[in-house]
Design a protein around this ligand. Structure first.
Ligand SMILES: O=C(O)CCC(=O)C(=O)O
Length: 333
């Protein structure tokens, strides 16, 4: 009875080798199902990006094509950044937290009340380069989801945070952005990215094909769910360099295609990182760049709380990893 649903999911961003028997099928993947989805999704993203090229400067386009990310230091003028940091750090908002291993991720959504309380966050959302980079890298001309995000490492006596293992978020191009509000030290859980790993050359496609046969039944749960993990010592065979750690001062922006390999670097002590964090993901097979009903003003800034509420309500079907922790500030313990 579920077969038509599973088949329809092949034309979407569904990625779990464990939950969809077609996506996880060794027989179909031996015939190239996973590799074909990867190849088509990347071609579609390239095509959409060509149409969005004017959203960003040629230098940013070249950096992205080469590296898979764009890094901008001193992103905002100092006075604008100071205002943003001051407003955000003082804001007590309805927070959600997810615990992964020993690490807490806290998110405060930029919903209408938060935007009204922090005019500098609205200004960031309207910033031309911020918007342009996120849309171009994500390959869709639609409004990203934006949160204030805090990463608190070593807060639980538990195995390591699974985000510290290098991984691709999914099989198709997709965007995440970090505008760091705190300085990030190299040994305090920086974002790391494997330069050039957004490309799908022959070596990467062979790796994708191989991993698509192992992922469903392999020991790594998150690879089975479609976020394929890779060991650092496998990178050289794919012609890839060691990961770059973004040990950067506050006011650095990184916008990355997180279908490239990335992770959170280890932290040698309990640390706290705060950032404006944006995320954009749509069906990777769509031919158009816009037409996103959820991105219209009025709805766009309510998506995060609506989505949390939906998962609270239908917790047993949809799952809800984001616990309601009441009102918190980004730097609260
Ligand atoms: O925020 C970070 O440090 C990276 C987290 C990560 O790996 C992810 O968002 O997939």
């Amino acid at each position: 009875m579920m077969s038509p649903w599973w088949a329809l999911q092949l034309a979407t961003g569904a990625k779990s080798f464990r939950d969809n028997p077609l996506i996880g099928s060794q027989r179909l993947n031996r015939l190239g199902l996973h590799a074909k989805r990867v190849a088509i999704a990347h071609k579609m993203a390239d095509w959409r990006r060509r149409r969005l090229a004017d959203l960003i400067e040629p230098a940013d386009r070249a950096a992205f094509a080469r590296d898979g990310f764009v890094q901008v230091r001193d992103f905002l003028p100092p006075a604008d950044f100071a205002a943003l940091r001051e407003q955000v750090m003082a804001h007590r908002g309805a927070a959600r937290e997810m615990v992964q291993g020993d690490t807490i991720t806290r998110r405060i959504a930029l919903e209408p009340t938060a935007l009204a309380a922090m005019p500098a966050t609205r200004a960031l959302q309207q910033h031309r380069r911020w918007q342009g980079l996120i849309r171009y890298v994500g390959s869709f001309d639609t409004e990203p989801l934006v949160y204030i995000q805090s990463i608190l490492t070593h807060r639980h006596d538990a195995p390591p945070d699974p985000q510290t293992k290098l991984h691709a978020d999914t099989f198709h191009p997709t965007v995440k952005a970090w505008l760091f509000l705190t300085d990030v030290a190299a040994d305090e859980g920086p974002l790391v990215y494997v330069t050039g790993s957004h490309r799908r050359d022959a070596a990467r496609m062979a790796w994708e094909q191989r991993r698509s046969l192992e992922a469903r039944d392999g020991p790594d749960f998150l690879s089975g769910r479609g976020s394929l993990r890779i060991e650092e010592n496998e990178l050289a065979a794919l012609g890839l360099p060691a990961p770059t750690a973004f040990a950067v001062p506050a006011n650095t922006l990184v916008v990355a295609d997180t279908s490239g390999f990335h992770a959170r670097g280890p932290s040698v002590r309990p640390s706290l990182r705060v950032e404006m964090w944006a995320y954009g993901r749509r069906n990777p097979f769509l031919p158009w760049t816009g037409l996103d009903i959820t991105g219209v003003p009025g709805l766009a800034e309510r998506r995060a709380p609506l989505n949390w509420g939906l998962h609270d309500r239908f917790r047993s079907w949809l799952g809800q990893p984001w616990a309601d922790v009441g009102g918190k500030r980004p730097m609260d313990e």
